[in-house]
Design a protein around this ligand. Structure first.
Ligand code: NAP
Ligand code: 8YV
Length: 312
């Protein structure tokens, strides 16, 4: 008998296929009546597979009395109510490590795209403007100061790449990273004041909500570029719009937003902003590896082994 696993939201197709092979699956997001669907399978579901976007809230956890494990596709698990799961002794797993390179690659791309105005150059050529006027010059990248908020797995992969551009690297986190060659700032505002590019790559959730506030953005300054590849919740988006409109902040490159997939209209019209639809990990290779780990955590658990990457 295959264990019953509820899939809370859409996932990468090969991951869905693997889940279908290994388990008896119940696809919640396809159900026309969510409540009735849950009631019909609740007494059999022992596992949940979900995405970082959909997560699993307390109501879903409470609706599944036999639940043992929630396996989330993604390293950030702020959309999973880990406290509610832990209270119920439900294991929560995520997919750390396997996406470091993809996210770090995109981050360097965003820094360069924003500083060198790559999307603007692309639009300028497409719109035949090259025939009429010169494209304004951009900002240099090599040798500039890079501030990283969260020198964790991905933050370190970003730093490794940034070293190749001779960027002067500093970071902020709650704890100093032992043995790190980079400058540590205990106060985020001090990191911002000493950065040309400021990259957020720390977890979302209550603790980090709006950690990048107006004071931080003003400290980064009129030439500074904010890059958010963490979670929309870590940046005060209203303050970001205000700082950009006033010229208090030079530019922004954003992969994540407070209310995805909705993006503030004001940002869509700004020329000094580069926008991406939350694609930090979105390569086939990385999504394959994330899916494998999502499935392997469930397989390990149902084989009576410890999960590979638990978070609680
Ligand atoms: P990680 O290895 O756990 O690193 C997290 C870092 O954030 C650590 O350096 C941690 O240091 C710091 N941090 C945590 N809480 C903090 C706080 N309150 N204030 C300041 N720093 C804090 O995580 P990771 O694997 O690098 O992933 C980081 C995050 O990136 C994920 O949680 C996810 O939200 C985001 N992400 C986004 C995408 C995307 O598609 N855009 C893809 C993958 C991941 P201390 O504990 O010392 O504070
Ligand atoms: C995913 C992410 O796109 O891993 C994360 O934290 O943000 C991305 O890799 C997201 O989790 C959707 O599942």
């Amino acid at each position: 008998m295959k264990p019953d696993v509820l899939i809370a939201g859409p996932l990468y197709q090969p991951t869905l296929d693997a889940l279908d092979r290994e388990f008896t699956t119940h696809k919640l997001w396809l159900a026309p009546d969510r409540k009735a669907f849950l009631a019909a399978c609740a007494d059999r579901v022992r596992g949940v597979a979900t995405s970082g976007f959909v997560g699993a809230d307390a109501a879903l956890i409470d609706a599944l009395p036999k639940l043992e494990i929630i396996s989330s596709f993604g390293v950030g698990y702020d959309a999973v109510d880990v406290e509610a799961a832990t209270r119920r002794k439900v294991i929560v797993t995520n997919t750390p490590g396997v996406l470091n390179d993809a996210v770090a690659d995109l981050t360097l791309g965003l820094i360069i795209a924003a500083a060198r105005r790559i999307p603007q150059g692309d639009r300028y050529v497409r719109e035949h403007k090259w025939l009429r006027q010169a494209l304004p010059l951009a900002q240099h990248v090599t040798g500039k100061r890079l501030g990283i908020i969260g020198l964790g797995r991905i933050g370190q992969a970003i730093a490794k790449r940034a070293a190749g551009f001779d960027l002067k690297i500093a970071y902020h986190s709650r704890h100093r990273v032992e043995g790190s060659p980079y400058t540590y700032h205990a106060r985020l505002v001090d990191l911002a004041a000493n950065s040309d590019f400021l990259v957020a790559i720390l977890p979302g959730g209550k603790e980090t909500w709006h950690i990048v506030n107006e004071e931080v953005m003003r400290a980064l300054g009129p030439k500074g570029i904010l890059v958010n590849v963490a979670r929309g919740s870590v940046v005060d988006e209203a303050a970001l719009v205000k700082c950009l409109q006033e010229g208090a902040l030079g530019g922004a490159a954003l992969d994540v937003f407070e209310d995805e997939p909705k993006v503030p209209e004001a940002l869509l019209t700004m020329d000094n902003v580069v926008l991406q639809p939350h694609v930090g990990s979105a390569t086939h290779e990385t999504r394959m590896a994330m899916g494998q780990l999502t499935v392997d955590n469930l397989i390990a658990h149902f084989a009576g082994k410890p999960p590979l990457t638990p978070v609680n």
